[in-house]
Ligand binder design. Structure first.
Ligand code: NAG
Ligand code: NAG
Ligand code: NAG
Ligand code: NAG
Ligand code: NAG
Ligand code: NAG
Ligand code: NAG
Ligand code: NAG
Ligand code: NAG
Ligand code: NAG
Ligand code: NAG
Ligand code: NAG
Length: 480
């Protein structure tokens, strides 16, 4: 190292006096014409060996890699400090195809960041990765890397960003990961990781984003995750995690996004979720959650997206949902929810999707829906709703899709429906509607799908429907 620094000062000096061609070429076997900068033989050798091993070298890119001075404008190489040699390696999205394994990481003692994302690198991650003790940023995402994570990765105590998503990495997530006390982002999604989430994640106190989605992880979500108070994002979607959602999750007061979509989580939704005052997105859909939706859901005042669909939830929709004044998307479909649709839902003035289909909801559609002025899509298919469509529906002038099919709704279709001039999909089939269809039902010419079968409609098919050129599919048979 001392020798290297000596060389460096010498050369910097020479360069500044335009004597560059004296440079230390005698010890190098490679071409040294026009060199500027210091020779870093080990680093140059490691890079050139790797280049030679690649299946596809992207000639245009790596053509700059000649000689023994990687700090001298080699593409993708940065030397922050000319005395320290290579500090950054960035060959992101460069069409490189070959084995990562052939890159000898032991040769880069001063490497701070490495970004080889979006290439066609395959094979395993070499154990020598553990020698990069100063590394803060590692990104091998979107390649074709396989094999398991080397335990030596636990030595990367300075690492802040570990980005490995979109590969074919397998095996379990090593416990050693807990040693990465400075890690801020951990992205391991879209790989073949299996086994359980190690308890040791709790040691990564700086962690703000954890994405383990789309793997084959099993076992529980460790309760200790509640100790990671800096977390803003947890993505565990599309795994096979089981057990309950730990109540400790409520301690994550900075959490912005919690996504456990498509796992096998069971038990009830803990009341403690209400403590996550910054939560913007809560996706618990497609799990085995049971019990009722806790009233505390209404305390998550920052929520914009709430999806609890496709579980085994029972009981009523809590009235407190009306307090989620920022909510934009509400999905509760395919559960066993009962009781009536709460009046308070009308307070959701920014909500544009409400999907309550495939539950056991009873009672009327509340007249308060008139206040949901952003609503585009309302779907209550397959419940036991009764009463007539409130005339206040006419206020929902943004509505494009209204699906009331398969309920016990009755009465006449209110003329105010004529005001819904943006409606493209209207499904009224399988109810107990009577009277005539509103004559102007397609006056705007927007309707594409319309169904009204299995009701007790009388009278003529509205002229506006016959002239409705936009209509692709219409079900009117047996309407009369
Ligand atoms: C690598 O380069 C790409 C494209 O120039 C850039 O977007 C990315 O942020 C760089 N990576 C790092 C770690 O600096
Ligand atoms: C090779 O690298 C150059 C420079 O980064 C890039 O523009 C080009 O798209 C790459 N070629 C392939 C085949 O990816
Ligand atoms: C990798 O580099 C280190 C340090 O430069 C060296 O000691 C080791 O022999 C190299 N390993 C291989 C397989 O070339
Ligand atoms: C990725 O690796 C697998 C084998 O692990 C191979 O079958 C596949 O062709 C590779 N894909 C690409 C894009 O190289
Ligand atoms: C982090 O890097 C510094 C040098 O930048 C080094 O002294 C220290 O040992 C490294 N820490 C760990 C835990 O490896
Ligand atoms: C990854 O998992 C997929 C789906 O199970 C499987 O087809 C593939 O062979 C696995 N690949 C590796 C490298 O384990
Ligand atoms: C958040 O991270 C900082 C350092 O990055 C750490 O000092 C602090 O203890 C962490 N907070 C919690 C609650 O773990
Ligand atoms: C989740 O529910 C599915 C469908 O009913 C069932 O097959 C599976 O065994 C359940 N898993 C757990 C962990 O409860
Ligand atoms: C909604 O919030 C108000 C206070 O902001 C509170 O008084 C009320 O109880 C909440 N409603 C429900 C149903 O939780
Ligand atoms: C309706 O929900 C139940 C669970 O409550 C589910 O098993 C079923 O597949 C759903 N049906 C449809 C058509 O989505
Ligand atoms: C609904 O529309 C009627 C008639 O235009 C209007 O008087 C009423 O204020 C509207 N309601 C809301 C909540 O905007
Ligand atoms: C709806 O249409 C009726 C007449 O069809 C009209 O009187 C009413 O003001 C319109 N607006 C609303 C919001 O209902």
């Amino acid at each position: 190292m001392a020798l290297r620094i000596l060389f460096c000062s010498l050369v910097v000096l020479m360069v500044s006096f335009h004597f560059a061609n004296f440079a230390l070429s005698t010890t190098s076997s490679v071409d040294t014409t026009a060199e500027v900068g210091t020779a870093f033989y080990e680093e140059a050798e490691a890079l050139l060996n790797w280049k030679a091993s690649l299946d596809n070298q992207n000639k245009s890119l790596l053509s700059s890699w000649v000689g023994d001075r990687p700090c001298n404008n080699w593409d993708g190489i940065t030397c922050d400090d000319l005395e320290l040699g290579v500090t950054r390696l960035n060959l992101s999205n460069s069409g490189l195809k070959g084995m990562l394994y052939n890159l000898n990481f032991s040769s880069f003692p001063n490497l701070l960041t490495i970004d080889l994302s979006t290439n066609l690198l395959y094979g395993t991650i070499p154990d020598s990765i553990g020698d990069l003790s100063k590394l803060t940023h590692l990104d091998f995402s979107s390649n074709n890397l396989s094999g398991s994570l080397p335990l030596e990765m636990g030595n990367l105590g300075n690492l802040s960003y570990l980005i490995l998503q979109n590969n074919k990495l397998s095996g379990s997530i090593p416990r050693e990961i807990g040693k990465l006390g400075n890690l801020i982002l951990l992205y391991l999604s879209n790989n073949n990781f299996s086994g359980s989430i190690p308890q040791e994640v709790e040691m990564m106190r700086s962690l703000t984003e954890l994405d383990l989605g789309n793997n084959f992880l099993t076992g529980p979500i460790p309760a200790s995750i509640g100790n990671l108070g800096n977390l803003t994002k947890i993505i565990l979607q599309y795994n096979s995690l089981s057990g309950s959602l730990p109540q400790e999750i409520g301690k994550l007061g900075n959490l912005f996004s919690l996504n456990v979509w498509s796992n096998e989580l069971s038990g009830s939704i803990p009341r403690e979720i209400g403590m996550m005052g910054k939560l913007d997105l809560l996706f618990l859909l497609s799990n085995n959650f049971s019990g009722s939706i806790p009233q505390e859901v209404g305390m998550m005042r920052s929520l914009t997206q709430l999806d609890l669909s496709n579980n085994f939830l029972t009981g009523a929709i809590p009235t407190s949902i009306g307090n989620l004044s920022k909510l934009r998307q509400l999905y509760l479909y395919s559960n066993s929810l009962s009781g009536s649709i709460p009046e308070e839902l009308g307070s959701l003035k920014y909500v544009f999707v409400v999907q309550l289909l495939n539950n056991s909801l009873t009672g009327p559609i509340p007249a308060s829906i008139e206040k949901m002025s952003s609503l585009l899509d309302l779907n209550v298919y397959g419940n036991k709703l009764s009463g007539s469509i409130p005339s206040t529906i006419g206020n929902l002038t943004m509505l494009t899709s209204l699906i009331l099919m398969m309920n016990e709704l009755s009465g006449c279709v209110p003329v105010e429906m004529n005001n819904l001039t943006r409606l493209t999909n209207l499904q009224l089939s399988y109810n107990n509607f009577v009277g005539q269809l509103p004559p102007q039902i397609c006056q705007s010419g927007m309707l594409v799908l319309f169904g009204a079968v299995n009701n007790h409609f009388i009278g003529p098919i509205p002229k506006s429907l016959k002239n409705c050129s936009s209509l692709l599919r219409v079900g009117l048979m047996e309407t009369i």
